[in-house]
Ligand binder design. Sequence first.
Ligand code: FAD
Ligand code: NAD
Length: 479
Amino acid sequence: MLNIPSQSFPAPRSQQRAASGGRSKVPLKQGRSLMDWIRLTKSGKDLTGLKGRLIEVTEEELKKHNKKDDCWICIRGFVYNVSPYMEYHPGGEDELMKAAGSDGTDLFDQVHRWVNYESMLKECLVGRMAVKPAVPKDYHEEKKVLNGMLPKSQVPNALAKEGPVSPSYDWFQTDSLVTIVIYTKQKDVNLDSVRVDHQYDSFRAETIIKDYSYLIHIELSHAIQEDFSGLYYRKCQLISKEDATHDTKLFCLMLPPSTHLQVPVGQHVYLKLTIAGTEIVKPYTPVSASLLSEFKEPVIPNNKYIYFLIKIYPAGLFTPELDHLQIGDFVSVSNPEGNFKISQFQELEDLFLLAAGTGFTPMVKILNYALTNISSLRKVKLMFFNKTEDDIIWRSQLEKLAFKDKRFDVEFVLSKPTSEWNGKKGHISLDLLSEFLKRSLDKSKVLICICGPMPFTEQGMRMLHDLNFSKDEIHGFTA
Ligand code: FAD
Ligand code: NAD
């Protein structure tokens, strides 16, 4: 059982209170956490009002369901009755109502492409859209409508005759998107059973159903212009887990043999676990195995392993589950995302890193990369904000690195220090920053990276603007 306290949720400093990508999250009423939603979906209550029937929904029908207590939304050709979910939505009811009675796919993709709505909303599924736009016969003449994507269809069905009921497929199209839907006629087929690849003008989607595979292999008329929406996950095995602090652990996961995945500096991935029968996804930023390889040899020096520093919140939803995994168990890992660009390092002279708590994680690869690859770099300074000395992740590695590399300096700031602490105290402030952010030369090229709890990052970014640093000189991890 997960031990979830009954005080207000999310907790005052929880990242669930944070604004994400400029989008405010709203405080949820008591009893309306994600876990409460999962419990409701398992209760057997009829959440669609259709007593388990699935229907075909016309556009006219969809439009009628546009009120809070009767709100249907279409996502990728599937229609959900989201009224029961309203009070549980971290983005608030108004955000959901923007798509009421209409196709919310684009809105959904803009805001939280990574949220696993198929699993979260499966009990709210009303059915699929009945009407799809007519297909122009000669798609070469209709490039604008079809965005160069329509298939010269070629759909071999690899299911043996005696296998499960043969799937079928269908597709829906908007101006910029073609959605291919595979009807497996099986319950509980999740994304892990689907493998999607595309190269140049070839699109291949394989769905694994029991011991069978259903393969769609399509030649596209043009190369696809935009990436697929929806994230691709692969199952990775937990290889080791060691304490980094009293509550933060270094997890090492092994990628499947056929996978090549190297997460770019400053980017994150999503980890996915099934908790109480529902797939839950949370973002995490991979780190290197250590700050500099000389201090600790990576266990196995190749790209088969992916490391995470993860803080375990005893009352959290995801991290206690992650912590309970045994060595050899599996976690799904998505493709990387994020808007940090390595080009921000070009000709960089001064790099300032402001990290709070696990906001240190993106700084690990940034530090390693910058110190190893940026020859113009004169100074790298990390100001690391934590509550207590015990909370400082990799303190001795940081101190060793500062000793070894004269360009690097680290300063710790504690918000709840003991009386023995002689270092800096308090929260992020203009005073602390103006003293810390001194350019090595009058006009040296500067980059300041900031990451931590959202109030920390937002306050810090405001202060950096007040200190006259330009937008180009600041990278806030606000995803
Ligand atoms: P949640 O369930 O979200 O709970 C968070 C807090 O709220 C906890 O303090 C918990 O005790 C409290 N809480 C939960 N339920 C209740 C309740 N009912 N009442 C009161 N309080 C409650 N984290 C890392 O450790 N490492 C990383 O590398 C990392 N990278 C990230 C990258 C990005 C881009 C982002 C946005 C976040 C990252 N995070 C990282 C944070 C991570 O995604 C999770 O938010 C974090 O692990 C907490 O998840 P959780 O489900 O365990 O806790
Ligand atoms: P924490 O609660 O241990 O706090 C660490 C320090 O952050 C505090 O000592 C304080 O100096 C500062 N801080 C906390 N709350 C503050 C507030 N309201 N105002 C100003 N300063 C504040 O931190 P934690 O539990 O390790 O949480 C780390 C946070 O970083 C999480 O919210 C996580 O989601 C976020 N994070 C984001 C990314 C990203 O890429 N966006 C990556 C990793 C972690």
